[in-house]
Design a protein around this ligand. Structure first.
Ligand code: F0G
Length: 458
């Protein structure tokens, strides 16, 4: 029998209580948080879809590993386990452990970046761009044009535009390109996958011009799932083999282990080149920790080694991707505009289409995150003009390209009934959506305003 219901492929051994709140309580709580969900206490949230990063539930095997963690300063057994797991997955010899992804970005991009240097990516994630720009270098996004059309179906909307890549290499000069970064899946582009073929083409271009090719692999297993489904050459390969093939095209990788390594903290940098590795090791020891632990405890490394194996299991990945799609498809069926096809780790809602009467200057995405919280205690994140809106030289408002709300799904944390509840809350929001008003900013910091800005209803 071909079962339609895909069950969570795990039993729950430990539970964490969710505090229930009423709509009236939440109206006050969000008001006291200046209408910014980032300023809420997490315990006042019923379903937290703020991020899939560091929010995974670990398995019994991982928790057992935690007890076995070797906390030796140098040469810990847990380090060798983590290193073996990474070498097996990537095929790269030289590994530097870090406390999370952005620490690895800071190490590498700080070293090879700097004034006059240029990085090219399918889309730079915020921290990637921030670390590059912080070094004085420039970050250029080259997604395929299809990747920018929210409701257009395409199997690999996360692909890099290889023609634009080559044009930019010629424009800036190959000696000025510090690295090309392929982010899989493409988080900022909607959690969309990149294909093996695309990685191969990017690799060939990088080899032709002698440019370093880095894979941002924090969602590599989710990307492999989509490849197996959608790319002919990968049909008979295992998910791990697909990942290994993808790594073989690049010169190195940065991974935030907080995603597909199924842990709450950790990351690493892995390289083929010994000289580059050696040149980064001192900085690692100065800023993160000794070379055999980086910023990590032995127990963290033990859990990463186990997580990197579990994440490639078919039953897990199938459940993972199907459950994200489940939420996205239900919303689509209700006529809600979402980025399609549904990506791996999150559902992205087009808030401008949801609240067409709210002008972009009044942040329709922020309004939607606030309604989600008030009505259902759900926390999501605005990815629109609050996050990316700017002012031109004359002080005029320049909106973001899209007004999105991201609902990221933590791994192995929520069950199907939690997701059905989210769908029910959306049905409620649809009923009174014409009555919802926009917001204005009453206070904002100089940088990264979305984290801490204060809002007020218009
Ligand atoms: N690269 C990508 C593609 C990411 O999505 C993230 C983090 C990082 C690098 C940085 O890793 O957080 O371990 O320092 N993304 C999180 C998110 C924060 O919510 O999407 P980190």
């Amino acid at each position: 029998m071909n079962h339609k219901v895909i069950i969570e492929p795990f039993r729950i051994k430990t539970v964490e209580k969710i505090k229930m709140t009423t709509e009236n309580e939440r109206k006050n709580l969000i008001k006291n948080a200046f209408y910014n969900p980032f300023l809420l206490k997490a315990e006042d949230v019923i379903i937290d879809l703020l991020t899939d990063s560091g929010t995974s539930a670990m398995s019994a095997d991982q928790w057992a590993g935690i007890l076995k963690g070797d906390e030796s300063y140098a040469g810990a057994r847990s380090w060798y386990k983590m290193k073996d797991a990474i070498q097996n997955m990537t095929g790269y010899e030289y590994i530097l452990p870090t406390h999370q992804g952005r620490a690895a970005e800071h190490l590498l991009y700080g070293k090879i970046g700097g004034k006059g240097k240029v990085f090219i990516s399918n889309t730079h994630f915020d921290t990637t761009r921030a670390n590059i720009e912080y070094s004085g270098a420039k970050a250029i996004d080259c997604p395929i044009p299809e990747g920018l059309i929210p409701d257009l179906d395409h199997p690999f909307k996360g692909n890099m535009d290889t023609r634009a890549l080559e044009e930019n290499i010629l424009k800036y000069g190959k000696e000025n390109i510090a690295a090309v970064i392929l982010t899989v899946t493409n988080n900022s582009g909607g959690g969309q996958p990149a294909s093996l073929q695309n990685a191969k083409e990017v690799s060939e271009i990088c080899q032709k011009y002698g440019i370093l090719f880095i894979l941002d692999s924090c969602r590599i297993a989710e990307n492999a799932y989509f490849i197996k489904q959608r790319e002919k050459q990968a049909k008979e390969m295992t998910y791990l083999e697909i990942a290994q093939k993808m790594f073989s095209y690049a010169d190195g990788t940065i991974m935030s282990a907080k995603k597909d390594a199924l842990v709450n903290m950790g990351g690493f940098l892995a390289l083929k080149d010994k000289n580059l590795f050696n040149s980064l090791m001192t900085a690692l020891i100065v800023t993160e920790g000794f070379a055999t632990y980086g910023g990590l405890s032995g127990r963290d490394m033990e859990a990463i080694a186990i997580g990197l194996k579990e994440v490639f299991e078919h039953d897990y990945l199938h459940y993972r991707i199907r459950s994200t799609t489940y939420l996205g498809e239900k919303l689509k069926d209700m006529g809600i505009s979402v980025i399609s096809p549904i990506g791996g780790h999150a559902v992205y809602i087009d808030a401008k289409a949801f609240y067409p009467h709210i002008p972009v200057e009044q942040f329709p995405g922020q309004a939607l995150t606030i309604e989600l919280y008030k009505t259902g205690g759900i926390r999501a994140v605005e990815i629109g003009s609050v996050m990316f809106g700017a002012k031109d030289d004359k002080g005029n408002f320049v909106p973001a390209k899209m007004e999105l709300v991201r609902m990221a799904i933590p791994r192995r944390v929520y069950t199907q009934s939690h997701i059905d509840y989210v769908v029910e809350v959306f049905a409620e929001l649809l009923k009174y959506k014409d009555k919802v008003k926009g917001y204005k900013i009453t206070w904002e910091p100089e940088f990264l305003r979305h984290f801490t800005a204060h809002f007020e209803p218009v």
